[in-house]
Design a protein around this ligand. Structure first.
Ligand SMILES: C[S@@+](CC[C@H](N)C(=O)[O-])C[C@H]1O[C@@H](n2cnc3c(N)ncnc32)[C@H](O)[C@@H]1O
Length: 730
């Protein structure tokens, strides 16, 4: 059969690139199959696809080859190590009487072997260098790790706080889409846990509380009910540093539950040397050998149901000392077991008190920076703390500040419900541009009629409102107390809640529809128009304390992130009473282009994760309409502020979002600020209406089952309806 001229041509083209026919052939075959004989695709750009495929296959061959070599090398190394290890053991059994042999090898010997007299070095420390108990990292303590194993091992941060997987509802750190009126549409969960930033308190959460007693876990685990004689028998294959702790089972470590502890009996004796010896009864004998100076830690020996008599502790200690000197080659003639035990007690105590992990108060866990989760209901007193010139009314020692000092106030975190830790994210107090989002803050763009350069002092006190008030109908939006004026607030509330009051704009290619990722792009469902607030800024002549600067001054009320008890996860509450119209916080996140958001959403969708993006572009249908992919969004999944924890409440939420223009006059970018819709009592949860339409079955995103508790809840359905709930786009 005559060769296919296209095949021949392909071979020729590859030959020109220096690729021999035998390399081209198998790849070309695969490509023809892959492209279903569509030669145009193969021939495109001078056989680029073919060349790429050949290079790729070469690369993967090389990788395979390398892997193979690596495996062979590893096996070889292992074999060598095993052989070396065998040699060592042989060597040790032959030369076990050598005094200078390192301790770890000597320990392989049988305890009862008869050693030659020790070669004693009087200059070594009193404990014998090799008997020094290494300092334990609290979080290393959960497994018996030999010092050799531990060498080079990095301490594990206790706070790996990725959220628990397993439900498909939208969780904190979600991104929120808002239409122009601020009625939000939860779109998709963007959370891609694999991509979460690793903060000091990030990663996968370990739900464990590290207590000082964790040190106890260094001991080999003893199952309750298993009776073992825990007298100072050193496991021969364990390093000596681990040994004496094996008998430490103080009440604190077992929660005082003696039933789980088959070795320790109560004793009221002084915790001091051999006076401590106390024989409880015929069937149980207990000796307290040493204790820390204040008596919190004790090392005891006990024999249960045995006829053994522990009448002479001195003899016991002496015997043990001799054993140590002989068998373990302890070099100090003054070595004393009692002192060793006492040092151990002190060590134990020191480790316990040095631990940064405060003993958690039930039901708290250990989170974030390794601190136990405080379960504080009230503001922690009125202690005033200054940090970076910011006055806080809570102690930094007592409180986890999720804002890490970046806000004017502490944003505390408490969990009184369970031991769950908050999700990992970077706290940022202000929006940050992710990548290609275009946010122009240049002063040149601010025209004179968009600022008040001739003002001075506080604009609010001026008899005639300055240009900054024009946007809100020639009146300033704020009262002199820094609250949104009631009139404006009520109008915004009505526009949000009352469909009759809504003014709707339609855009050509709706980013919200586009983000649904459906084959056919649906028409825009409309975006509500809403009132903006414009604040004075850099080009204005007024001072920084001007009353028309509220949102830009940041959070001023004490807020707290807390674990809700109603199944909504974390929420935000106020620690002080808030008046109506008070600025609480803004929605802070990464500023993304709509395209970037779209990409994130697609990736997340593949992983079945969802988020609520906030779509910022307000220029719907206007003359300067931006390209749909240039529209800006806010995503608080990875970077955000306290607002990412605010839960949803249908209709009558106590927060309302109002767009606030500060730096940018064109409404392409603005701040989404939350103000109270009414007076809010201290400790009340703060909520906002995400604008979710729980009946929108066409929406590709599954919403959560609403637990808002509002009597206007939109998610109350007959039980026959499926749990398939959706989120609307407006
Ligand atoms: C922006 S986050 C709010 C913080 C979140 N509760 C957390 O634990 O991180 C939104 C998520 O909170 C939960 N949520 C918010 N409001 C809720 C409500 N009314 N009912 C049930 N879950 C809610 C949902 O899981 C939702 O996806």
């Amino acid at each position: 059969m005559a060769p296919n001229p296209r095949v021949a041509k392909a071979f020729r083209a590859m030959r020109d690139l220096g690729i021999p026919e035998e390399k081209t052939k198998p790849v070309l075959k695969k490509l023809i199959k892959l492209y279903e004989k569509n030669w145009e695709l193969i021939e495109e750009e001078n056989y680029r696809a073919l060349a790429d495929a050949i290079f790729d296959s070469q690369e993967s061959e090389e990788v395979e080859q390398k892997k193979k070599l690596d495996v062979e090398a590893a096996e070889k190394k292992k074999r060598l190590e095993q052989a070396e290890c065998l040699n060592h053991i042989e060597e040790e059994t032959q030369v076990q009487e050598e005094p200078e042999r390192p301790l770890k090898r000597l320990r392989l010997r049988h305890q009862d072997s008869q050693p030659s007299p020790s070669s004693i070095n009087p200059s070594s420390n009193s404990n014998g260098t090799l008997l020094k108990v290494p300092k334990l990292e609290a979080n290393e303590a959960s497994e018996p790790v030999s010092p050799l194993k531990r060498k080079g091992k990095q301490p594990i941060l206790p706070n790996d706080m990725a959220r628990v997987e397993g439900n498909d509802v939208i969780e904190s750190g979600d991104v929120v889409v808002a239409d122009v009126t601020g009625s939000y549409s939860a779109i998709r969960r963007l959370r891609d846990r694999g991509k979460e930033p690793i903060s000091p308190h990030s990663g996968h959460r370990e739900k464990r509380s590290v207590k000082s007693s964790d040190v106890h876990l260094k001991v080999p685990k003893i199952e309750p009910g298993v009776k073992k004689n825990l007298a100072l028998i050193i496991p021969k294959d364990e390093p000596i540093t681990d040994v004496p702790l094996a008998v430490i089972l103080p009440e604190t470590l077992t929660n005082g539950d003696a039933s789980t502890d088959n070795h320790v009996e109560e004793t009221s004796n002084e915790t001091n040397g051999h006076e401590l010896m106390n024989i409880q009864d015929q069937s149980t004998a207990k000796v307290d050998i040493a204790s820390s100076s204040s008596g919190e830690i004790k090392i005891s020996l006990s024999c249960r149901k045995t006829k053994l008599s522990l009448t002479n502790v001195d003899t016991l200690l002496k015997t043990m000392e001799e054993k140590c000197l002989k068998s373990y080659k302890v070099l100090d003639p003054n070595f004393s077991v009692k002192k060793l035990m006492k040092d151990m007690c002190d060590c134990f105590l020191e480790l316990g008190s040095n631990s940064t992990n405060d003993p958690p108060t039930e039901p708290s866990g250990t989170c974030a920076n390794g601190k136990g989760m405080p379960s504080v209901t009230e503001n922690n007193g009125d202690k005033k703390v200054e940090q970076n010139g910011i006055e806080n009314t809570e102690s930094f020692d007592d409180v986890i500040d999720i804002a890490k000092g970046q806000e004017r106030v502490i944003i505390s975190l408490v969990n009184e419900v369970n031991s769950e830790c908050p999700p990992s994210f970077h706290y940022i107090p202000r929006n940050a541009v992710f990548q290609s989002a275009y946010v122009d803050f240049s002063l040149a763009r601010i025209a004179d009629d968009n600022c008040c350069p001739t003002c001075y002092g506080d604009c609010l006190t001026s008899s005639t409102p300055c240009p900054c008030a024009i946007q809100s109908g020639g009146k300033f939006a704020y009262t002199t107390d820094g609250l949104v004026k009631e009139e404006l607030l009520d109008e915004c509330i009505k526009m949000n809640r009352d469909p009759q009051k809504r003014v709707v704009d339609y855009c050509k290619e709706c980013p919200l529809e586009r983000s649904k990722n459906e084959e056919i792009l649906e028409q825009c469902k409309g975006h509500l128009e809403r009132s903006f607030i414009k604040e004075c800024w850099l080009k204005c002549g007024c001072n920084k304390k001007c009353g028309n600067r509220v949102v830009q001054c940041g959070i001023k009320y004490k807020l707290q992130v807390f674990m809700t008890s109603g199944g909504k996860g974390w929420g935000v509450r106020t620690l002080e009473e808030l008046p109506k119209g008070a600025f609480v916080c803004e929605y802070v996140g990464e500023v993304l282009t709509n395209m970037e958001l779209y990409n994130r959403v697609s990736q997340s969708l593949n992983k079945d994760k969802y988020a609520h993006p906030v779509l910022l572009d307000a220029d719907w249908g206007g003359e300067t309409e931006l390209k749909e992919e240039e529209a800006l969004c806010l995503d608080a999944t990875y970077y955000g502020n306290v607002a990412r924890f605010i839960n949803h409440r249908c209709f009558d939420s106590n927060l309302l979002e109002i767009p606030v223009e500060v730096e940018n006059p064109d409404r392409h970018y603005y701040h989404l600020a939350f103000f109270t819709t009414r007076k809010v009592k201290a400790l009340e949860e703060l909520t906002r209406d995400y604008g979710i339409d729980f009946d929108d079955d066409d929406h590709p995103v599954k919403a959560f089952r609403c637990q808002c508790g509002s009597r206007y809840c939109r998610d109350i359905k007959p039980s026959t309806r499926s749990g398939k709930r959706r989120i609307s786009s407006s």
